[in-house]
Structures are given as structure tokens and as C-alpha cells.
Design a protein around this ligand. Structure first.
Ligand code: FEO
Length: 397
């Protein structure tokens, strides 16, 4: 296993997880990478490590360019275990002189790894000499954990950004200019929607403060996916767009169905939206993953939810996706609810509370159907779609 050269002084020494398909509830259809970086300065420095089981791969890549024991400094930009799981074994093997992390990183690494080595805390503005170059630090709290931190290699003008600006995308082509946008854009959107979305206000403030610091990195090196060397501004601009959550003429209808009645209602809601001129994504929880639902919701202005009733509750798959969406806090949504029942409509009415809890403005009355929807009910569903479409149009004015 070989390291990949980024510049004469900096190498990628991470690992590629080609076959991971579930990242704590996020469907990673294209696998991922765990990126670690080696700075070949006078005091060789390792930035982040990898998931525990990929330790041998990372060490083999390091070994391809330097004796690992020559590494003097390790920096932990992020304590989540896909980047720190291999840290204790790495420290034990390398015996570095210093291990640096943020103050929250110190707490989080301690509580996850119970390390038997010392860690030095750095904060925004601190700089360390790595011999021939300097690494400065910018804390990035809640992007996306309290400990998150960026490290900036000053002379090389490389910003190491932990999870931020990354994506779950396994590729042997480790640079932006080697990958096709058509292949990676959905994965970048999906990463933002599933990991960063709840912290969008912090993203906007952070992008602004980085601009004020005058940082204009030549290369952005995140901990997942590929490295931005041709056009680092591309991913910064995408983050600014996604974080703004501006209105867009698109709606997501998410539903589950038992005997096809709620599905029929969903199709009429979708047809009303289409008739109103709104792009619509109709997503059945029989066939779609929660992490793809939130990805489609990222650039949408409406969330319409439908469920049948089972044992006096909404369908379990709907409870799952609504719980997931609530945590991800998509803003600026209008919506409505619908569903079919046999003898107890209360669970469908309870969807209104779910919308409220997600801060989705309900703009059309809930439509319920006792068993199979008749023509009037289907027309009410179509009208629901039209009404939502009109509300989106008002927001776009
Ligand atoms: Fe890739 Fe938050 O860890």
C-alpha cells in the first residue's frame, strides 16, 4: 500500500473503505475513505488517523515514504472514532513527541479512547513549528462535533478540515480533478444533508470568519472523499448554498403504505404538485433510505408526509424517517399530512404534531381515507399538492 503525493511535502496516508454500506444509519452506497495526512517537514507530522481496523493500511502507506518512528507530531482534528480509532495504536507504535487536539478534543478523546498518552490542547490562533513550516489552528466547534478543528499548513497553503467539505465516496482517484462531478455531487449533497445540515447557521458564520481571517487555501484536504486541489472554492460555494437553505420550487412526498391506499393518495398529492409546476420527489419508505430522503429535502421547500395506521400507530418506517428528519432540522419548509386507516384515524392526525415538531408550516388540511380512497378523497389529495405548490410560489416571489 502506497502513500499518495499531494505536494512535495505532503502525502495522503489514509484508507479506503470500499464496501461500507451503513455509517450509523446513513446509507453509504459508494463506500468512504478515512483520510490521514503526513507532512514531511523537519518534524514529520501526522494529521488524523483512521478507523481502528484500517490501522495496518495507514501504517503501510506511511511506511512507503518514511519510517513511521520518525513522526514527531500527531494532530487530531476530530475525535470521532473513524479518525481516532487507530490513534492509541499509532501513538504506541510511533511514540511521537507531541499529540495535539482542541480542548473539547481532549475531553472527547479521553472519554472514547481512555488514552495512556498525553495530549496538548491548542485553540484558534495557536501555531506550532513543524520544522520548516508552521501549522496554525482554527477551532470549528459543532462542525460537526464540539471538538472539530481545522489545521492550516501555512507555507504549503493547505487547510485540513476534518469532516467538513468531505463526502462518503470511496475512490482510488484522490483529487477533485480526477473525479466527475456527475458522480460525486449527489454524495457531497448527501454528506451535507446527513451530517452538517443541523449546523447550517454555524457553517455560514464560520465561512464568514474564515474569509475575514484572509485564508485562501490552495488545497482543502477533508477527512472523507477526495482532496480539493483544482477548485477548492467549489465546495466552499456549495456549502454556502446548502447552508442558506433558500426556497426552491421542489417538494418531497414521503410515505409508506399497507394495501396501496396511502400510496394512491401520495400519487395524487404528487400529481397536484406537478400540476402546480413544482418538481416533486415521491419517496416510498418501502424502497427509499432515510438518508436519501433528507438528501432530496436539502434543496426542497416542502415536506408532505403520509402513513397508514398499524396497531393504533403510524407505520414504523414513517416513525423512523420522521425521527431522523427532526434531528437534521431542515429549515423553511411548508407541508401537510395524509393517510389511510381502517377504524382509528388518530395516528394520521398525529402527523400534524410531527410536522409541528419539525417546524414545518402546515399549509393544507390533513386528508384521511377510511380504507381505500374514493374519488373525493383523491381530489382532496390533488388539491393538497396544488395548495402546497402555490405556497412555494409565494415564497419564491
Ligand atoms: Fe468522519 Fe465525524 O467523523
Amino acid at each position: 500500500m502506497k502513500a499518495v503525493k499531494i505536494t512535495d511535502k505532503v502525502y495522503w496516508v489514509g484508507a479506503i473503505d470500499w464496501n461500507i454500506r451503513d455509517f450509523h444509519g446513513y446509507s453509504t452506497k459508494q463506500g468512504t475513505t478515512y483520510n490521514a495526512f503526513l507532512i514531511l517537514s523537519e518534524k514529520p507530522t501526522l494529521i488524523d488517523t483512521v478507523k481502528k481496523e484500517f490501522y495496518p493500511e495507514m501504517m503501510a502507506r506511511i511506511q512507503s515514504v518514511i519510517d513511521p518512528k520518525k513522526i514527531k507530531i500527531i494532530i487530531s482534528n476530530h475525535s470521532e472514532m473513524d479518525h481516532s480509532g487507530a490513534l492509541p495504536e499509532t501513538v504506541a507504535a510511533i511514540q511521537p513527541e507531541e499529540v495535539y487536539c482542541s480542548d473539547m478534543g481532549h475531553i472527547d478523546l479521553t472519554e472514547q479512547l481512555y488514552p495512556n498518552f498525553d495530549m496538548k490542547v491548542v485553540k484558534t490562533g495557536d501555531r506550532i513549528d513543524v520544522g520548516g513550516d508552521t501549522v496554525s489552528f482554527v477551532e470549528a466547534r459543532m462542525l460537526h462535533w464540539p471538538d472539530s478543528m481545522f489545521s492550516y499548513l501555512e507555507k504549503e497553503n493547505i487547510l485540513f478540515t476534518n469532516d467538513v467539505f468531505g463526502m462518503h465516496y470511496a475512490t482510488g482517484k484522490l483529487f477533485d480533478d480526477e473525479n466527475n462531478e456527475i458522480d460525486w455531487l449527489y454524495e457531497a449533497e448527501k454528506y451535507y444533508a446527513n451530517i452538517v445540515l443541523p449546523y447550517s447557521d454555524i457553517v455560514l458564520r464560520f465561512l464568514d470568519s474564515v474569509k475575514k481571517m484572509g485564508l485562501s487555501p490552495k488545497i482543502i484536504a477533508p477527512d472523507h472523499g477526495f482532496i480539493w486541489r483544482k477548485d477548492p472554492a467549489k465546495i466552499i460555494d456549495l456549502y454556502a448554498k446548502w447552508a442558506a437553505q433558500a426556497p426552491n420550487n421542489k417538494a418531497v412526498v414521503v410515505y409508506d403504505t399497507m394495501w396501496g391506499s396511502t400510496q394512491k393518495m401520495a400519487e395524487y398529492v404528487a400529481d397536484g404538485l406537478r400540476e402546480g409546476g413544482t418538481e416533486v420527489k415521491l419517496m416510498s419508505m418501502h424502497s427509499c433510505h432515510r438518508s436519501d430522503v433528507v438528501t432530496e429535502l436539502l434543496d426542497s421547500s416542502a415536506l408532505v408526509i403520509g402513513s397508514p395506521v398499524l396497531n393504533s400507530e403510524i407505520f414504523p418506517a414513517m416513525a423512523d424517517v420522521l425521527c431522523y428528519l427532526k434531528g437534521l432540522k431542515k429549515k423553511n419548509l411548508v407541508g401537510a399530512a395524509f393517510g389511510s386507516y381502517g377504524w382509528n384515524p388518530a395516528p394520521i392526525k398525529s402527523l400534524e404534531e410531527k410536522l409541528k415538531a419539525m417546524k414545518v408550516e402546515q399549509v393544507a388540511p390533513t386528508v384521511t381515507s377510511k380504507f381505500v380512497p374514493n374519488a373525493d378523497t383523491l381530489e382532496a389529495c390533488r388539491q393538497m399538492g396544488l395548495t402546497i405548490s402555490q405556497k412555494i410560489a409565494e415564497k419564491l416571489k
